[in-house]
Design a binder for this molecule. Structure first.
Ligand SMILES: Nc1ncnc2c1ncn2[C@@H]1O[C@H](COP(=O)(O)OP(=O)(O)OP(=O)(O)O)[C@@H](O)[C@H]1O
Ligand SMILES: [Mg+2]
Length: 254
């Protein structure tokens, strides 16, 4: 079989050319990075878990009419996605203060916000993905005002869905980040959810104990990242709930 053409290799994923025009294969690596890649590690099983979890969330979103790039999972580490033109923004939705917001405003982590707050950072690794006001986004042409209105509406729908799903399994959705991309259908452009939705891109706290079940476990050295992600997957029914997987590695249904 001919080797697939590599389109892009990032920190956590690799994109390959897909089987049909307008598609890509997204491969989930085991690599973890934090603090703009200053901290790095390989965490066995992370890619498998994130592939499965992103499939779970994106499928749920597609099914309730929130458009995403997800088409289907191919195997343990790969999924078929629609190729989009990525809007160069990280769209961050916050329900409770944490991370950079808590730091910037001197707020205690976990403080409930009066309403979901959306912020944008400009995707540029060299600059460390700086926070940018809407005015920059429009002035520099990264997105139009209409695009931004659509992106905010999309992000709030994702927030309601994800908050509800998580709450149902005893997890608080503190905040998360999505990426959005453009697709063209005839002459019409649509914005859809792209990249991934996984514990790498969310803050997830156990409702009762406050235990962190997301990438902060890696950022702050709070224990096993695989255990935390496995716990999220198990609660959502993505992994079997009876006992630990053999060899401590994730075991997938079907
Ligand atoms: N449907 C899609 N079509 C095209 N590109 C996509 C799609 N979904 C995600 N991407 C892009 O693919 C890359 C995924 O790789 P990864 O997340 O490892 O990148 P990264 O190291 O975080 O770098 P970046 O700063 O570019 O996000 C990202 O650049 C992301 O913006
Ligand atoms: Mg990324």
């Amino acid at each position: 079989m001919a080797r697939r053409k590599l389109v892009y290799e990032g920190k956590a994923k690799i994109l390959y050319e897909g089987p049909e025009p307008g598609t890509l294969v997204q491969y989930f690596k085991d690599d973890a990075t934090a603090f703009n890649a200053e901290k790095k590690a390989t965490i066995e099983g992370k890619g498998v878990l994130n592939n499965r979890l992103s499939e779970f969330f994106m499928t749920g979103l597609n099914n309730i009419g929130v458009p995403t790039h997800f088409i289907k999972r191919i195997n343990m580490r790969e999924q078929l996605i629609r190729s989009v033109e990525i809007v160069p923004l990280e769209v961050i939705v916050r329900n409770f203060a944490a991370g950079s917001m808590a730091k910037r405003l001197g707020m205690e982590e976990g403080t409930q916000l009066p309403r979901p707050i959306i912020e944008f950072s400009y995707k540029d690794d060299k600059l460390g993905d700086p926070l940018v006001p809407e005015e920059y986004i429009i002035a520099f042409g990264w997105a139009s005002q209409q695009d931004l209105d659509d992106i905010v509406a999309l992000a709030l729908r994702v927030n309601d869905y994800l908050s509800g799903v998580m709450y149902g399994v005893g997890i608080k959705l503190v905040d998360f980040k999505i990426e959005v991309g453009r697709i063209w259908e005839n002459e019409y452009m649509r914005l859809i959810v792209a990249d991934e939705i996984s514990p790498d891109s969310c803050r997830l706290w156990d409702l009762e104990s406050g235990r962190k079940l997301d990438k902060d476990v890696f950022r702050r050295d709070l224990g096993s990242l695989t255990d935390a992600y496995t716990e999220v997957a198990r609660r959502l029914g993505v992994l079997p709930s009876n006992g630990p997987a053999p060899m401590g590695k994730p075991k997938l249904i079907n």
